[in-house]
Each structure stands twice: as structure tokens, then as C-alpha cells.
Design a protein around this ligand. Structure first.
Ligand SMILES: C[S@@+](CC[C@H](N)C(=O)[O-])C[C@H]1O[C@@H](n2cnc3c(N)ncnc32)[C@H](O)[C@@H]1O
Length: 298
């Protein structure tokens, strides 16, 4: 910001954070930040929509999902049920519900359709052969979030950074348990019911579904790439080169910084994150201020 004082004067950080504990950590982290910061909810901001860049970094993969199971004949929802039991007492388990029915479960069937998981012609069978017990998650909360975000922004772009898969990879017969994972203190578990409330739950996005949800919410696609490509285009190589120029007494700091930077582009890890950009549809007629692969990242 020191290099762009005039720009800095016109900027503020607006954080949308429903978790009070996270908001407290953010306030602490931003102490001393040269930019003014405030917290808001989308609904309130819709009365005074902003101009700018909306960054959703690992936000959409934290929204609630619905899980469904193909039992070999029909699609069923997967529910969390309370199971009575001997000490230490009741426990939670996952169970298949009644088959999805076109009347009551239209929203889930629409999501299956959008994911390419329903054969054509009104059938409720999967479009490709899936083994019985094949389970996946459907992102029913994404479109409401994208609509609320669109209302809060008068003009600008949305940058979504998340793990995301193309529908054909998401729907692969071998991905039989979907992508729902629990994380805590750098540990991962495939059991979403482990110590409920104590682990972060996350599910990958589906790229085609995200595009469809974004379009329905009034966003236009403006490009996407992997994090590794984005950071290289933003000057990662120069940053790495700069570290080599540091004096010898800063060697350990330089090595740690180098390792941290390389972790961000590791194709087997964070480098697989997708950077997905949308711009405002009907409201913005001006040039796209940011476009992956073009000036900023080119
Ligand atoms: C997985 S964390 C990622 C945080 C951040 N990217 C980081 O690296 O520290 C997801 C964050 O999104 C926040 N969040 C914002 N809006 C949300 C919403 N509507 N539903 C759930 N989480 C939301 C969560 O509270 C949490 O702070």
C-alpha cells in the first residue's frame, strides 16, 4: 500500500464472517493494518452495494452440502440419524433416507441433473453406470450465497479460490464417497461425524455447477486457472529469485519463505486450488477490471 498511497486512501476491507470466533481472530490479525476494516453481512450491504473485488477463499467449500446415495436402483438422500446405544450413550450415524421423489425432492433432483448425474428423458437413474452405494454431495447452498454476494456488489469481480473438480471427475465411479472431508489441526478424516463441531467440514466444488449457479445469480465467467498458474503469472518466480539475493545471515528465513511459496504451487497440494473469476452481469457495462490470463495474471 505504501507504493500506491492514492489507491490506499480509497480502499477499505469489508469482511463477511458469520463465525464470531473467526471474526475475533481476524480483528486481531488486522490490528495495525493500514487499511480501514469493517465487518458486515451481505443482506445489510445490499442497501449500499460496493465496488471492488470480492474474494471467497475457501468459503464456498465450507458451505453446507446435501449428500445422496445411488443404491443401485434409486437415488436416496443421506441423513444423519441419532442412534440409541449402550454407554457411552447415543451416537450419530449416516443412513439412507427414502428414495428421492420428483414432488418433494425437486431441488435435489435438479442438482443431480445439473451435475450430469441423471440420464435424459426424465429418468431418475444415473447418466453413467455407478456402483450401488456410490455417494456424493450436492452444493445446494452455493447459489443463495452467490445471489446474496451479487446484491452486495454494485460493480466488480468475484474471485473464488477453492478445490474444484470438473463434473466428469466428480462423477467418476471410483470417487464413491464424494469429496466430503473433515479437517482439524492439519489432520484429515473421511468421517464427517467425528467429534461433531470440532472438525472443519469441506467438500470440493463442481466447476460446471458453480458456473451454472453463478450464472443464475447474475455473474458472468471471466476465466479460471490453477493456483500454480495464477501465482506464477503474478510474479512468483521473481519472488523466489528475490529470496536468493538475501544476505547470508537471512538464509534460514529465505529457505522458510521459499518452502512456503513452493507449497502454494505444489501440483500435489495447494497448487491444485482453482482460481475462478466472475464479473457482474447486468449491472456492470464497463471493462472487466480483472481477468485471469490477461493483464493482472498474464
Ligand atoms: C475454511 S475457512 C477459510 C478461511 C480462510 N480462507 C483462511 O485461509 O483462513 C471458511 C471461512 O468462511 C467463513 N464463512 C463466510 N461466510 C460463510 C458462510 N455463509 N457459511 C459458512 N462459512 C462462511 C467461515 O466462517 C470461515 O471463516
Amino acid at each position: 500500500m505504501a507504493h500506491w498511497p492514492e489507491l490506499a486512501q480509497r480502499l477499505e476491507l469489508v469482511l463477511v464472517e458469520p463465525n464470531p470466533g473467526m471474526a475475533a481472530r481476524q480483528r486481531q490479525r488486522l490490528q495495525g493494518c493500514p487499511l480501514p476494516a469493517r465487518w458486515c453481512v451481505f443482506e445489510a450491504q445490499a442497501h449500499a452495494p460496493l465496488q471492488g473485488v470480492l474474494l471467497a477463499h475457501e468459503v464456498l467449500d465450507a458451505l453446507p452440502v446435501e449428500r445422496v446415495i445411488w443404491d443401485g436402483v434409486q437415488w436416496r438422500p443421506q441423513w444423519v440419524v441419532l442412534q440409541e446405544g449402550a454407554p457411552p450413550g447415543p451416537s450419530l450415524r449416516l443412513a439412507a433416507g427414502e428414495p428421492l421423489d420428483p414432488q418433494g425432492d425437486a431441488a435435489l433432483l435438479n442438482q443431480l441433473q445439473r451435475r450430469g448425474l441423471l440420464a435424459a428423458g426424465g429418468s431418475t437413474a444415473p447418466a453413467t453406470a455407478l456402483p450401488p452405494g456410490w455417494t456424493t454431495e450436492l452444493h445446494t447452498a452455493t447459489q443463495p450465497w452467490l445471489s446474496a454476494a451479487a446484491q452486495a456488489l454494485q460493480c466488480g469481480v468475484l474471485l473464488v479460490i477453492d478445490y474444484a473438480l470438473e463434473a466428469h471427475r466428480y462423477n467418476a465411479p471410483a470417487r464413491s464417497q464424494g469429496t466430503l472431508m473433515a479437517y482439524r489441526d492439519q489432520r484429515a478424516s473421511g468421517d464427517p461425524l467425528l467429534e461433531p463441531g470440532a472438525w472443519d467440514l469441506t467438500a470440493h466444488l463442481c466447476l460446471e455447477c458453480l458456473d451454472a449457479d453463478a450464472s443464475a445469480a447474475g455473474w458472468l465467467p471471466a476465466g479460471q486457472c490453477r493456483q500454480g498458474q495464477a501465482l506464477l503469472a503474478l510474479g512468483l518466480a521473481q519472488r523466489l529469485h528475490g529470496l536468493q539475493q538475501l544476505p547470508c545471515d537471512q538464509l534460514s528465513a529465505a529457505l522458510a519463505a521459499r518452502e512456503a511459496l513452493l507449497r502454494l504451487v505444489d501440483p500435489a497440494g495447494l497448487g491444485e486450488f482453482r482460481w475462478i473469476v466472475y464479473r457482474q452481469g447486468s449491472k456492470s457495462t464497463g471493462p472487466v477490471p480483472l481477468c485471469l490470463g490477461e493483464p493482472l495474471l498474464g
